[in-house]
Design a protein around this ligand. Structure first.
Ligand SMILES: Cc1cc2nc3c(=O)[nH]c(=O)nc-3n(C[C@H](O)[C@H](O)[C@H](O)COP(=O)(O)OP(=O)(O)OC[C@H]3O[C@@H](n4cnc5c(N)ncnc54)[C@H](O)[C@@H]3O)c2cc1C
Length: 460
């Protein structure tokens, strides 16, 4: 069996950052580092790549819970901020460049004066606002970044990048056995590694569930993060002129986030959920934003993960396998099923490809638990943004949208799994992050920790 020193599953925001950081810290000519990824070039930078840089003041005050689920009990805000800064610098290093050599990243700083006005309006309506500076690569920039980073890892850093290679199974022990499908021969092969980093993102939940069950690993469920995506005309959501991606915490544990001014609503790779993104240059006339409810399963016999799956399945059933869109007017009136194609007749033109959705009713059981809260949140948000903005009847809600992978694997401060020395878990797929910034920061922390266990060898 092939032996390696460090194996990483997932070349996304977490795993590829681990690989990059390792290449800075250890001599990859004497240690064998292998990275597996099921796709050719993948990971969360491929879409939108909006990097939320939390404001230090908010971090210090402990009021920025969405900045990557950092482990408050084991790391100071200042340390976390430094890991984030490292991630941001990495973004700049491999982003496409202008002729001047500056990275093609659009910077949307939070404007303190206008933000404080918005904050007081939000507060007046019983909600809470968190701020972040946004660095935006956009879809085109994100793809170019990924290509540049992978090229560097492979050709300069000496990392064995095995793309199009899906890992099927993991066995833990002193040495970790990784069973994968060889993309050329289709044969099942195995690698044995001293260190293993599991960072398979949201697409890799099955693998996470397998290893947790097989090895009795301590894990618990985060609340389910379920909701819809709202699409409106850009001028009807002017708060993005103040903050590119305003995160507003509304009643009923509903929050807005992942806002894309001039963006597009899209279907995720798994074809079961929607999401949103924006290009850096080519814009639409709309803005889309996620409205997500954080909630525990209302059913005693169903865990949060299964409840999330039920939520998705219920909406896909309405859409007969496709995502469902509903006019906000019909949603608020609970007007029921509307199968006719409304795309031509409404003033907000859907940016989602019409092949991916049907017009239907989002008030379907068990989506109704979510729908009720979103309906109230829309009213509250409309009060904040302005009359006939969010509640413009021709706005569109798309469902389902679901965030996070819920199963949170128990790790120490370095993301090493409890009772499993040498086995690290990071990123969205293991419930330790919720965005590219957190996933990258965690990738760095993991690499730092692994490098301590090898003698630090200076580069030749
Ligand atoms: C359309 C869209 C837009 C988004 N926009 C933003 C944004 O603007 N800002 C933001 O902060 N977040 C955004 N996100 C979320 C962001 O992508 C994730 O939070 C982030 O990618 C998580 O990083 P990760 O390393 O955990 O997983 P990923 O980056 O998803 O990487 C996981 C990798 O593991 C691979 N993998 C999975 N299973 C296996 C297996 N069995 N074997 C081998 N490889 C496997 C996958 O192919 C993937 O490349 C967006 C997500 C989507 C879908």
């Amino acid at each position: 069996m092939e032996d390696v020193d460090i194996a990483i599953i997932g070349a996304g925001c977490c795993g590829a950052t681990t690989a990059y950081r390792l290449s800075e810290l250890i001599d990859s000519n004497s240690l064998k580092v292998v990275v597996f990824d099921a796709s050719k070039k993948s990971g969360g930078w491929m879409n939108d790549a909006k990097f939320n840089m939390p404001l230090e003041s908010q971090l210090n005050a402990g009021i920025a819970p969405e900045i990557g689920l950092y482990q408050k009990e084991s790391i100071s805000p200042q340390q976390w901020f430094e890991h984030m800064q490292y991630a941001l610098d990495l973004l700049g290093k491999f982003a496409p460049k202008y002729e001047s050599g500056d990275p093609k990243i659009q910077y949307h700083p939070a404007n303190p004066d206008s933000v404080s006005k918005l904050e007081s309006i939000v507060r007046k309506h019983g909600a809470r606002l968190t701020e972040a500076d946004i660095y935006h690569l956009g879809n085109e920039g994100g793809r170019a970044f990924t290509i540049n980073l992978y090229k560097h890892l492979k050709e300069t850093a000496g990392i064995d990048m095995r793309t199009k290679t899906r890992v099927k199974k993991i066995d833990l022990g002193d040495k970790k056995i990784i069973t994968y499908v060889d993309p050329d021969s289709g044969l099942i092969k195995q690698v044995r590694s001293r260190h293993l980093v599991l960072a398979p993102g949201r697409d890799g939940v099955d693998l996470v569930h397998q290893v947790v069950a097989d090895h009795n690993i301590k894990a618990n469920y985060h609340p389910a993060q379920l909701g819809y995506r709202l699409e409106t005309k850009k001028e009807l959501y002017p708060v993005t002129d103040i903050l590119y991606d305003p995160k507003i915490y509304l009643e009923g544990n509903v929050r807005t986030f992942c806002t894309n001014p001039g963006g597009f609503v899209q279907r995720e790779k798994n074809a079961r959920t929607c999401n949103g993104s924006a290009n850096r240059d080519y814009k639409s006339e709309n803005t889309n934003v996620a409205l997500i409810v954080s909630m525990n399963s209302p059913y005693k016999q169903m865990n949060n993960h299964d409840f999330g799956t039920e939520f998705i399945n219920a909406i896909l059933k309405v859409g007969q396998g496709r995502l469902v869109a509903q006019r906000v007017g019909d949603f608020m009136d609970m007007a029921g099923y509307e199968y006719e194609d409304k795309s031509e007749n409404i003033s907000v033109r859907p940016t989602m490809n019409s092949r991916h959705f049907v017009w239907g009713d989002l008030w379907t059981d068990p989506s109704v638990f979510v729908a009720k809260r979103i309906a109230n949140a829309l009213i509250q948000l409309n009060g904040i943004v302005g009359e006939q903005t969010v509640l413009n009847p021709d706005n569109i809600l798309y469902g389902p949208e679901i965030k996070n992978c819920l199963l949170h694997v128990g790790t120490d401060r370095n993301y090493q799994v409890m009772g499993q020395p040498g086995f690290y878990c990071g990123g969205d797929g293991v419930g330790t992050s919720r965005g590219i910034n957190g996933a990258m920061a965690i990738g760095k922390i993991i690499a730092d920790s692994i490098s301590y266990s090898f003698m630090k060898m200076p580069k030749p």
